[in-house]
Each structure stands twice: as C-alpha cells, then as structure tokens.
Design a protein around this ligand. Sequence first.
Ligand code: IMP
Length: 193
Amino acid sequence: MIQLVFATNNKHKLAEIRDITGKRFDILSLSDIGCLEEIPENEPTIEGNASSKAWYVYNRYGRDCFADDTGLEIEALDGRPGVKSARYAGEDCISENNIQKILHELEEHVNRKARFKTVISLVINGKETRFEGIVDGHILLEKKGAGGFGYDPVFQPQGYAQSFAEMPPSEKNKISHRSRAIVKLIDFLMHPE
Ligand code: IMP
C-alpha cells in the first residue's frame, strides 16, 4: 500500500482525506512520524506555503509527503485575505475577528465576489506536483448559519442558496475547494503517468 505523510495534525483534515482515500492509501500525520515542531508558513503565496511544508517534511524526514494551504480571495479586496486568511485580523485573532474585518472592508463595495482556493503540494521521490481546488461564490452581507468554521458563515457558493455554515458537512465537503484539490491528488496517485 502506498504510504504518504499528510503534513498536518488537524484531525478534521485527516479524517476527511482518510474518508475519501479509504483503504487505498496509508495516510500518516505529522505526529505519526515524530514531527512535533511547528512547520514554518512564511511564504507570500498559498502555493509557496503548501510547497514549503511538503519539502520541509520530505527533506528532514525522508518521507513522501503532501501538504495543503488554503485562502479566501475576495475580488474587490485585490485577493485579500488570501495567504493571510487565518490571521487576517491579527496574530491572536479568532474567526469572528476575521469575518468582521472583511465585512467592514466590503461595506463600500458592490462587488462581493470571492473564492476559496486550496493548493496541495505532493512530493514523491524528490519530484513535486501541485493540485488546485477552487470554489467560487460571494460574501454575504451578514453571517448565516452555525456550522463549519473560519469564514463559512459569510461565504455562499455560486449556485446555492445557503452559506457554507448552513450546509450539512457532507454537502459542503462534496463541493469544497479542499475536496476538489483532494480528488485531483487521488486521481493522480491512482493513475500515475
Ligand atoms: P488552512 O490553510 O487550511 O489552515 O486555512 C487557512 C485559513 O483559511 C483558515 O484558518 C480559515 O480561516 C480559512 N479557511 C480554510 N478553509 C476554510 C473553509 O472551508 N471554510 C472557511 N474558512 C476556511
């Protein structure tokens, strides 16, 4: 069985990917390989962060690995918060602070188009391949729904009448940026050229 490290200790992300991959792959977490330090995420782009995390594990632990990074890109804000999505309102902020900041910044804008973007970087035998998952939508005028996390209460995907926070997790996971990137990753692993 192919064994791969997913450069995360996030239980939700591990459960999501193990759910999709089933028994086809053995997915290890960072703690499974004894990587207990925090991996730096200082790159200026989502692609750069995904890539540097995957290479960090490959170079230091000698393990085939993939890593992900996600950002919310708002058109009227020139793509912000983007790579800074987790800490847009400051180092110790919580999701509520980030949401209030984007709602405030969008007050003067009619264009509320936004998209979530996930990049997964896979490094196998010293060769990197990237996969991208995007979901288009817009930022609501106010929060709707109590589920999900992060910016979910203010993000409504195109073609849907509910925010991500109003959708059952299984429905969100079917169309999410992350699952779209994961599906491409799995397709690549199953059908290597
Ligand atoms: P990460 O790279 O997966 O850690 O995501 C960075 C940040 O993007 C998170 O801290 C959230 O603020 C935001 N984010 C990522 N995925 C989602 C999502 O599915 N819904 C809402 N916010 C998200």
